[in-house]
Design a protein around this ligand. Sequence first.
Ligand code: SAH
Length: 203
Amino acid sequence: MNLRQLEMRLESLAGFERPTPRLEQYQTPAPVAARLLHHAAMQGAIEGRAVLDLGCGTGILACGAALLGASTVTGIDVDTAAIAVARRNAEMLGVTVEFLVADVRDPDIGWDALSCDTVVMNPPFGAQKAHADRPFIDRALELAGEIYGIFNEGSAPFVAAYTEGRAAIEEVIRCAFPMRRTFAHHRKDRVDITVEVIRLKRI
Ligand code: SAH
């Protein structure tokens, strides 16, 4: 499946029904999700690999990884409603993804069983709650050797410092991220922000 075909399949997915500001629920736009996944696939991190999507929301990254031939895909999110949408999305695409409702910060989930090859994630950026992305980075590094995460523009120096001695930044890819008006505190119908897809390799 080429990039454009992947993007078109992901375009058809349902998003959050009632996004919660506290959880920073923004669905990754299909072009950004497709680009991250396609790029990871070219590097051998998806096809035939066990992939985990942390904070999967409505499952766009998880479903895309399954479309690209991941051997197993698991999606985890703390929000039951989002997981319900994600399950329907996977079914609609005809892919198999195991979705779990869990908090990435919860130490008692039995994380060992969720070890995988690759983590893909678009965690909260920490706009509502400072450092909300840290537990995602920690969990990702615990579970996988390869991580592709979406972060705010300019996050790379923070991510490098935060993961020093644990991981190396292999790549930073800047992407336009069109955000539709989602929450009452948003004033414009659409804002284009720039995000960074950061590829981390565990040391
Ligand atoms: N990855 C999805 C959603 C991004 S929004 C996508 O790319 O479209 C961030 C997601 O992180 C939300 O779905 C939110 O519910 C989830 N989230 C926030 N805090 C969390 C936590 N502590 N544990 C698990 N999921 C969390």
